[in-house]
Design a protein. Structure first.
Length: 520
């Protein structure tokens, strides 16, 4: 397929920051020379014997009250990007085979589609996928610098060279109207592809990002068709970018001019937002997942203010701490999406969880994924500990489908299942002067019989805020329990609005509510 493109000049002067050394958190090259490889005739042959438990799965599929997992029939496929079509069928890409696979939730059956165009023994991180109304599945391909289209009707693959100059990494992908939009992580740009052209020609538009030597992260589109995306340098920060694509396209259609400052706005990210991977829009508010932290952030375009929302800490079963070296585990939210009713869904990579945040009630529910691979934690061998590497998810009605990259499973969170307890706060807003403390309480109300011990969640990301409670140990929840807490601000507390998280948890689920703390 030939390509013709309009490559747009930089919008404005660059921000001088040092260059990025690493593009993605995982860039494994598992094959090691001279290691023993027992040939099986399956995709597991891409790994030496010593690494198969780490990359191909350590156990069978599991379930909880809220989650059901399904084992993929082919061994060691490394499923990653996933999407649901309009009928609820689940489509996902296999990074160790190059195949697209379908899961039918009604029959609970898999269909894997051979890809004759895929290189033998090829592997690629496939981060982005979307379903098109024409009955095709589009997805990205990191290793071979490509975009792929899989036609569901005729079961054929089409590979498209990704338009790039130099180093590139096509990452997330969304079908927006008639366009296929991709962020080029290493190439530092957004690419808008027009697949409505004839088979011999594909038009595209590259929109460069404003920070030199940086990466271009995930993107989302608001109700006015503005594109929001991040541009950042690893562990050094960056910017949130708003691109008015409609105004820009109208301008070049009438004047044939290159973009100007009229079509773009840049907002400096907070200094503690270091790895802004996922981006979503809900009710006009921009949400950003920070993979260097246990937090997500909001940005209000009206006030131009950022607010940090902490998650709960990872459960011990996700990291193990067998050696005792892990002092401050973090959850690492990775991607984030909004559902049809404005809730935010995000994966917590190193907490092995899928989270659902309701911004109207300021509540957070975190579902622990039951499968865990001990090779990805500080775990004892063969223990129920570690991570299954939940790198993507897809929302369909009240279901959240996800892939387990190192456990060879897909799974589903059923958010319609009743929660085992609820949290009621006596107040969700308090104001403090620096050096001041205030008390508040919340009630944990059981909604069913809970046999496990319950523990508290008292999470906070501001170093000058402290949360304490007289309840320090786990407890049985036989009836409603009132928990008293004290929130204190240090003498050097900075004025502003902050969120703290109060709630409780059992192994399979964590339920909390946010309290807004205003430092005067």
């Amino acid at each position: 397929m030939n390509k013709k493109g309009l490559v747009v000049a930089a919008f404005f002067g660059t921000i001088m920051l040092t260059s990025l050394a690493a593009g993605v958190l995982l860039n494994n090259h598992p094959m090691i020379q001279d290691e023993e490889i027992t040939m099986t005739g399956t995709p597991a042959d891409n790994f030496p014997d010593s690494q198969r438990a780490q990359f191909c799965g350590s156990s069978i599929a599991k379930s909880t009250q809220f989650i059901k997992e399904y084992s993929i029939p082919t061994d060691c496929t490394n499923p990653l990007a996933v999407v649901a079509d309009y009928n609820g069928n689940v489509w996902f890409a296999q990074t160790n085979t190059g195949k697209i696979a379908k899961f039918d939730p009604t029959t609970e059956s898999f269909t894997e589609f051979e890809n004759p165009l895929w290189p033998k023994n090829g592997r690629s991180m496939i981060w982005g996928i979307d379903y098109s109304p024409d009955g095709s599945v589009w997805y990205t391909d990191e290793s071979y610098d490509s975009i792929w289209r899989f036609s569901i009707d005729d079961k054929k693959y089409q590979r498209i060279d990704f338009p790039s100059e130099g180093d590139s990494l096509p990452q997330k992908l969304k079908i927006i109207g008639s366009q296929v939009v991709v962020n080029d992580f290493n190439g530092n740009k957004l690419t808008f592809l027009d697949p409505t052209q004839s088979n011999s020609e594909l038009s595209y538009l590259n929109i460069p990002s404003p920070v030199d030597g940086s990466v271009t992260g995930d993107f989302a589109v608001d109700a006015k068709n503005n594109v929001w995306y991040t541009n950042w340098i690893f562990q050094q920060g960056g910017v949130l970018v708003k691109f008015d694509q409609d105004a820009y396209r109208n301008s070049i259609a009438t004047t044939n001019s290159l973009p100007s400052l009229d079509f773009i706005q840049v907002f400096q990210l907070p200094v503690d937002l270091l790895t802004p991977n996922g981006v979503a829009v809900s009710d006009g508010i921009i949400w950003i997942a920070d993979t260097s932290n246990s937090a997500i952030f909001t940005f209000d375009p009206t006030t131009q203010q950022f607010t940090l929302y902490p998650t709960s800490d990872p459960k011990l079963s996700t990291y193990g701490n067998f050696t005792g070296l892990i002092k401050s585990p973090i959850s690492r939210p990775y991607w984030i999406e909004s559902n049809s009713i404005g809730h935010l869904v995000f994966n917590e990579q190193t907490a092995n969880s899928i989270a659902v945040l309701d911004p109207k009630s300021d509540s957070l529910v975190e579902y622990l994924i039951p499968s865990k691979n001990p090779a990805w934690g500080d775990c004892e061998v063969d223990s129920n500990c570690g991570l299954s590497q939940i790198f993507d998810f897809a929302i369909y009605k009240d279901k959240i489908w996800f892939t387990e990259w190192v456990e060879n499973n897909i799974g589903v969170v059923d958010t319609s299942m009743p929660l085992p307890f609820e949290i009621t706060l006596d107040s969700q807003d308090i104001s403090l002067m620096p050096g001041e403390s205030k008390n508040l309480s919340f009630v944990i109300n059981p909604q069913s019989t809970i046999y496990e011990d319950v523990s508290l969640i008292l999470s906070n990301s501001a170093t000058f805020l402290d949360i304490t409670s007289s309840v320090s140990d786990s407890f049985k929840l036989d009836s409603s329990k009132t928990v008293d807490v004290t929130i204190s601000a240090s003498d050097d507390a900075s004025s502003g609005t902050y969120k703290v998280l109060l709630g409780s948890q059992i192994e399979d689920i964590s339920i909390s509510k946010f309290v807004t703390v205003t430092i005067l």
